[in-house]
Design a protein around this ligand. Structure first.
Ligand SMILES: Nc1nc2c(c(=O)[nH]1)N[C@H]1C(S)=C(S)[C@@H](COP(=O)(O)O)O[C@H]1N2
Ligand SMILES: [Mo]
Length: 547
């Protein structure tokens, strides 16, 4: 019986792994069963040391920034998904090759070749699939019935294994049966080409169908109607700073971030957890006298509604980066929840857990001091979009996003602070918002003539933000000269960024513009450069312009 080459083993493993990817991708879209490639990646991301993860993320963001690939958040998600598919493919192909080579050797001269190869194939498929199932069970948030998921995954991994066994059997038999060696070679070659062609067809059909259906379906449990404070139309006319005197310079980012443009960052590489509004309950227990399970309706209807305009930033946002947005948050104060559940005297913190197992802690003292710590169920007057944490997330003032879980399913009152998801991975324990200011535009095409001096002025504009401390001053410096005060637009709230503008007397040549801010407590923005890890980036944002 013929031995197969390493190249043949590679060819077969690749040919059989692509349909596995395509079919599991399609099934995820049709049935919402887990997609193993993403689960494997999420598992790795959650298991590997924080330094390795940070290195990977840095490399990715560097590449996105350097190549100008688009918005950091969505580009990074796509990059993660590609890496996930790549990783899974690599693992499966290596495993498949090993199986082909080892089984080929073991099955030489067996009389029961067919039976043995198929059997070994099943064993191989399960040996690969069972650890994968354990990983999937650990990290998946798939909404399909678990029995369906289990059955399907056993079927595909088993099928993938049997396919290897069957191909091996064919290759060995062709070699065996052929009357002449040269005929055997041709037959084997033809068989391998046919194998490649048919699996390529399945791959293209499965992936293509999946992509088309996915684009069509796009179902979103948040489309159900919900009573929240005001309608979207009313909102636009009632932005709290609508009659502010200072207008943004054209080219400044939108002061109010459109919902679909709000940045998104989380540890989920695939579909975000889709919690069913009707079945959802928020489990609140631990050190409380009155543990409860609250439905979404109860949370929305039984407690006073609170609206807050909030700028949130990811701690990974670089100086001048796009991982910062500003939108209306609606919910109810966490103080009502404390009143309801009655924390025991020894309770000091709440451990909050999301459906993706992301977790963070919030101090009860903070909630008692600040009624604006808010259980949030709406953004921009609509139920939270799935990717932004439907049905519930929390707002903790003056903290970066990493302290603020989405998709909250559980609140446990505990007697001690603990390290949350990113804190365990080496990021800041407090993650206090770091003051930052950014030049969005040097509007060279918007020259203004000063009426009294007849000086030509170029408007320069951008944002400044310092969490709940607010912004008292923004200053601009040109070519390393004196810091000069910019004008500030009244912000939407004490929690949002401030839009600033500065009119610069035009001069030809190359110029460097820099910006810095002073927060509402009089503390100047830190000017020295510091990377995002562990406490958030500091440093001055600058723009170079040739005029
Ligand atoms: N459950 C959960 N909540 C989470 C995260 C997450 O990965 N899982 N990421 C946090 C981080 S790092 C940030 S910056 C914000 C981003 O919220 P957004 O995606 O709605 O903008 O969510 C926070 N809450
Ligand atoms: Mo973040």
């Amino acid at each position: 019986m013929k031995k197969i080459s390493v190249f043949t083993a590679f060819w077969v493993a690749v040919a059989l792994t692509f349909p596995l990817l395509a079919l599991t991708y399609l099934a995820e879209i049709l049935l919402r069963v887990p997609f193993p490639a993403f689960n494997l990646f999420d598992f790795m991301a959650r298991t590997l040391p924080g330094d390795v993860i940070t290195f990977g993320i840095d490399l990715m963001v560097d590449t996105i920034t350097a190549l100008n690939l688009g918005p950091t958040d969505s580009t990074a998600k796509t990059a993660e998904q590609l890496m996930a598919v790549g990783l899974f493919t690599l693992l499966a192909v290596v495993a498949g090759m090993l199986y082909m080579l080892v089984a080929n050797r073991q099955l030489q001269n067996k009389h029961t070749l067919k039976r043995d190869s198929l059997l070994s194939g099943v064993v191989f498929g399960l040996a690969f699939g069972l650890p994968m199932l354990a990983i999937i069970a650990d990290v998946s948030n798939a909404t399909a019935n678990p029995v369906l998921s289990l059955g399907w995954l056993l079927l595909v991994f088993g099928g993938w294994g049997i396919a290897h066994g069957s191909v091996l059997n064919n290759l060995m038999e062709i070699a065996d049966d052929a009357p002449e060696a040269s005929v055997a070679v041709i037959d084997r070659r033809r068989f391998l080409v046919q194998l490649g062609a048919s699996t390529a067809t399945i791959t293209v059909a499965g992936a293509g169908l999946g992509a088309i259906i996915n684009a069509r379906l796009n179902d979103d449990p948040t489309t159900e109607s919900v009573q929240v404070a005001t309608s979207a139309e009313e909102l636009l006319t009632t932005l709290p700073n609508a009659d502010a005197e200072v207008q943004p310079v054209a080219g400044t980012r939108p002061e109010y971030t459109p919902l679909e443009d709000h940045y998104r960052i989380d540890i989920v590489s695939g579909r975000p957890p889709a919690l069913d509004a009707a079945e959802y309950t928020l489990e609140i227990n631990g050190l409380v006298d009155n543990p409860v399970n609250l439905t979404l309706e109860q949370i929305r209807n039984d407690y006073p509604t609170m609206n807050q305009f909030i700028t949130m930033s990811c701690i990974s946002n670089r100086i001048g980066g796009d991982l910062i947005s500003n939108i209306l948050w609606t919910g109810t104060s966490m103080q009502h929840i404390l009143d309801l559940v009655q924390p025991m005297p020894e309770a000091t913190h709440i451990k909050i857990t999301g459906a993706d197992d992301f977790d963070e802690y919030v101090a009860l003292d903070l909630i008692r001091e600040d009624e604006s710590v808010m259980l949030t169920y709406a953004w921009d007057n609509q139920p939270l979009p799935v990717q932004h944490g439907f049905p519930l997330r929390i707002h903790i003032p003056d903290r970066f996003g990493m302290k603020q879980p989405k998709w909250i399913t559980k609140m446990e009152f505990v007697a001690e602070w603990g390290e949350g998801y990113w804190v365990r991975r080496g990021w800041s324990a407090e993650a206090i918002a770091v003051a930052t200011s950014v030049i969005d535009t040097v509007a060279t095409d918007m020259m203004i003539i000063d009426e009294t001096t007849e000086q030509q002025l170029i408007p320069i504009g951008g944002i400044a933000w310092a969490g709940t401390r607010g912004i008292s001053q923004v200053q601009v410096r040109v070519n390393g000269g004196e810091w000069q005060d910019a004008r500030l637009r009244t912000p939407m709230s004490g929690k949002t960024w401030v839009i600033w503008r500065f009119e610069w007397p035009f001069a030809e040549g190359e110029h460097e513009f820099e910006v810095r801010c002073i927060d509402g407590e009089g503390t100047a923005q830190i000017e020295s450069e510091r990377g995002v890890r562990p406490d958030g980036a500091t440093g001055i944002h600058s723009e170079r312009v040739q005029l």
